[in-house]
Structure formats: structure tokens, C-alpha cells
Design a protein around this ligand. Structure first.
Ligand code: B12
Length: 273
């Protein structure tokens, strides 16, 4: 338990200090959103307990139920507003996917700027634990935060398949044209006042859900699952070209576009769209 043991009193005092300092779900969300939305990111708050309640013990986050967390999504403008400037201005390291480097650069920078001195545990979507499980289940987090409905096999009555079908989140504005990038946990900051909002169910019919899961699982490369709702914005043609290119050839593509000035480091291994 979080509050038992020799450090319990200390932790309670620390939480009191945080409350006095005024950090709560609303102020944390507003601060991070102000820093990240110009770069094409969205921020949604949640209580860790909402996430943990859906998962087996081995997958839960080791924080008490009321702990504040923020889930960060990238929207279609992230490519032009964060990635291209990142390529021009920032130092890149050779052996990691460039989109992942860019996302980590802007999110960790915003956290340092918005929450100086505050402990914040950042998990990125691409990070795996030593047991090869993801550090957090991005889709479950986005669903419980009320950001994007996570459509799973269990959302399809009388499913027509006898194979495993992966689930997919759909954003009410951007359809499938977004990604879930990070989960930020604020140990010692309670969000018990935060009301839970249901994610918008923008794919309500069985027929549409069958179509969605089929297009996500059987033909995700044709982008069609992303248009299951009419999106207000899609990835730009350049962004689609970038993500359609195999990861090992993306540096060469950026060089061809004149967006990289240095020789390519070793090929990236991860995907990142
Ligand atoms: C491993 C992984 C893959 C693997 C395996 C896929 C899989 N889903 O397992 C592979 C390499 C195949 C893959 C491929 C792709 N992936 Co992928 N992948 C991941 C990754 C890193 C982890 C997913 C995972 O292992 N989940 C574990 C399983 C067991 O979780 P689960 O099925 O959701 O089950 C849990 C829930 O059901 C929950 N639960 C139980 N009851 C309830 C009830 C409710 C209401 C809820 C909400 C939850 C819940 O408990 C279960 C666990 O016990 C995530 C990022 C992340 N960190 O989460 C991206 C992610 C799922 N991938 C993503 C994408 C887009 C893709 C690709 C299209 C490629 C791409 N990058 O463009 C392809 C398409 C997949 C396909 N057609 O087959 C996106 C999906 C975005 C979205 N809109 O949902 C994610 C979220 C990455 C991101 N940054 O946004 N991927």
C-alpha cells in the first residue's frame, strides 16, 4: 500500500505541500497543454486507479488510485509543428527513431518547464519493460481519460472472426489520424476531485465496428481505418510519405527532401506513426 510503512507520514506531508503549491489535475493539464498544443499535442488527465481497475495486477502502475496522470496524444500537426522544426534545430542521436526522439524532446522539455522540482514519471509508448511488456497500455489509458474510445473485440456483439483482432482507439475529431505518445504520472499529487468522462463513442454501430477492426487489422497500411469517422484533419501528404517509408529508409528520404544536413546514422528500428 502506498501510505503504509515508514515513509507514510513523509509522503502525506509531501502531498500536503503539493496541495498548498496548487498543483492539481486542472492546473497540470492547463500548463502542459499550453506548452505542448502549439507543437501539435493534446493532454488529458486521469486518475491512476481508473487505469489500474481494468488491468491484471502485473500490468498496473505502482501508484495509489487517486494519483494524477496525464496522457499525451499527437495530432496531425505534430509532424509540421514539432518534427520538422526538431530536425532543423535540435541535436539528434544516432540509434533511436527520429519521431520518438522528437516526442521525447518536446514532452520532457515541457515537463521541466511546467513542473520544476516536481517528480514526474514519464513513460513513452515505445518503451518496453525488461519482461518485454509495454511500460503502459496507451489505448487503455486514452480510453479511461475520456480522450479516445478504445474499440476492442469485446465491443463487437457476436464477432464474425475466429482470430485475434487488435483493438484501436478512435479520436472524435481526428479519427485514426493521431498517436498516443506518453503517460505522465505525478507521484504524491492526488486527483480525487477529477470527474471521469466517458470517451466519445464515435463508432456506435456493430457494422461500423466490424469495418473498423477489419481495416485496422487486415489493411492498416492503406490508412482506411483512420477515416472511419470524417476527420477534421489528416496527416499531410509529406507526413504520409514519411510514415509509408520503411523505418530504415526514412533518413534517406529526409535527406532527399533537404531536411537533414548530416550523414545518416545507423538505421532506426522502431516505427512510430
Ligand atoms: C506491441 C504493439 C504492437 C504489436 C502488437 C499489437 C498489439 N496491439 O498487441 C504490433 C507490432 C503488431 C503492432 C502493430 C501496429 N501498431 Co501497435 N502498438 C503496440 C504497443 C507498443 C503495445 C500494445 C500492447 O502490447 N498491448 C498489450 C495488449 C495485451 O493490450 P490490449 O490488447 O489492449 O489488452 C488490454 C485491454 O483489453 C485491457 N482491458 C481489459 N478490459 C478492458 C476494458 C476497457 C473498457 C478498456 C479500455 C481496457 C480493458 O486489459 C488488457 C490487458 O490485460 C502500443 C503502444 C503502447 N505502449 O500501448 C502500440 C499501438 C497499439 N500501435 C499502434 C499502431 C497505430 C500500430 C500499427 C497501425 C502500426 C503503426 N505504428 O502505425 C500496426 C497495426 C496493427 C495491426 N494491424 O495488426 C497505435 C494504435 C493507435 C490507436 N489509434 O489505437 C499504438 C497505441 C501506438 C501509438 N503510439 O499510438 N503494434
Amino acid at each position: 500500500m502506498e501510505h503504509s510503512g515508514p515513509h507514510g507520514a513523509l509522503r502525506l506531508r509531501f502531498e500536503g505541500v503539493m496541495a498548498e503549491a496548487g498543483l492539481d489535475a486542472g492546473s497540470a493539464e492547463r500548463a502542459l497543454s499550453a506548452a505542448l498544443s502549439p507543437r501539435g499535442f493534446e493532454v488529458y488527465p486521469l486518475q491512476v486507479g481508473w487505469y489500474n481497475a481494468l488491468l491484471a495486477p502485473a500490468l498496473r502502475l505502482a501508484h495509489s488510485d487517486e494519483t494524477l496522470a496525464l496522457v499525451v496524444l499527437s495530432t496531425p500537426t505534430m509532424f509540421e509543428n514539432a518534427f520538422l522544426p526538431f530536425l532543423q534545430n535540435e541535436r539528434r542521436s544516432g540509434n533511436c527513431d527520429l519521431i520518438d526522439q522528437c516526442v521525447a524532446h518536446y514532452i520532457s522539455g515541457a515537463v521541466a518547464q511546467c513542473f520544476p522540482g516536481q517528480q514526474v514519471e514519464i513513460s513513452y509508448d515505445y518503451e518496453m519493460l525488461p519482461n518485454r511488456r509495454p511500460r503502459f497500455l496507451a489505448q487503455t489509458a486514452a480510453h479511461v481519460a475520456g480522450a479516445t474510445y478504445y474499440y476492442q473485440l469485446s465491443d463487437v456483439p457476436d464477432p464474425p472472426w475466429d482470430r485475434k483482432m487488435f483493438g484501436v482507439c478512435i479520436h472524435p475529431q481526428f479519427g485514426g489520424w493521431f498517436a498516443i505518445r506518453a503517460l505522465l504520472v505525478f507521484p504524491g499529487v492526488g486527483a480525487q476531485e477529477l470527474p471521469q468522462r466517458a470517451p466519445p463513442d464515435c463508432v456506435p454501430s456493430r457494422e461500423q465496428r466490424v469495418e473498423l477492426l477489419e481495416s485496422f487489422n487486415l489493411r492498416w497500411r492503406d490508412w482506411s481505418y483512420r477515416d472511419i469517422v470524417s476527420p477534421t484533419q489528416r496527416y499531410s501528404p509529406r507526413q504520409m510519405d514519411y510514415f509509408s517509408t520503411p523505418p530504415a529508409q526514412r533518413l534517406a528520404l529526409l535527406q532527399e527532401w533537404g531536411l537533414l544536413d548530416q550523414a545518416p546514422p545507423p538505421p532506426a528500428t522502431e516505427d512510430g506513426q
